[in-house]
Design a binder for this molecule. Structure first.
Ligand code: GRF
Length: 207
């Protein structure tokens, strides 16, 4: 059984999709042992509690420096000792120390087709605003392993989504979640838990 820790900050729809995929056995050999939130008011916490998943909040505001915050997060993750960590709308950067310790064991979901519309500071609705401003006709989502550079780790899965003429960032965000994020996140976790993902030279290969 693979132990998974999910890190969240917000509405938790990706967490919800993952919980449902595990319940319905679309994801096998996996259990979410802990949900860590950076925000005590995150709806994601309620979602976890409703499924009887252990939760903890580690809020940056309660620490004097980012270093102290990252150390606490690192200790918490080390103690839980998961096989996989999933960043599902986690609005904090994770330190290099964490990334090195859990090399190729941290997955992130990003709401665009990387390398488009990503990088430092490009997250949440900003991504969808940028897509609409550019007039792109296709966007999507990407699940990738996390390395020390924002959105640059090995890509695991991607799925394209059409942009429509009258889209607002909010409408587009919702379509990308429904048509791409929830599906490829569960699929990527299932591949990982079936030992089907292999990483070489910053690229993934799926058996
Ligand atoms: C998603 O769009 C995800 O791609 C991004 O943050 C958002 C989280 O949404 N990293 P939710 O909390 O899972 O609803």
């Amino acid at each position: 059984m693979n132990k998974i820790v999910v890190l969240v900050s917000g509405s938790g729809t990706n967490l919800n999709a993952l919980i449902n995929a595990i319940k319905s056995k679309k994801v096998r050999n996996a259990e979410i042992s802990l949900v860590v939130s950076s925000n005590e008011n995150a709806k994601a916490l309620e979602i976890a509690k409703n499924s009887k998943i252990k939760t903890i909040t580690i809020n940056r505001k309660n620490f004097n420096s980012n270093e102290e915050y990252q150390d606490e997060l690192f200790l918490c993750l080390k103690k839980e000792n998961p096989n996989l960590i999933v960043l599902a709308g986690f609005l904090q950067i994770v330190s290099e120390k964490i990334v090195r310790y859990f090399k190729n064991k941290i997955m992130n979901i990003h709401p665009s087709l990387i390398p488009a519309f990503c990088g430092n500071g490009v997250y949440g609705l900003k991504v969808h605003k940028a897509v609409l401003e550019k007039g792109a006709k296709v966007t999507g989502a990407t699940v990738h392993f996390v390395n020390e550079f924002a959105d640059e780790g090995p890509i695991i899965l991607q799925k394209a989504v059409k942009v429509k003429q009258n889209d607002t960032p909010e409408i587009l965000q919702e379509r990308v979640k429904q048509q791409a994020e929830w599906k490829i996140l569960a699929k990527a976790v299932n591949l990982f838990c079936s030992n089907k993902i292999y990483v070489k030279n910053n690229k993934t290969y799926i058996n």
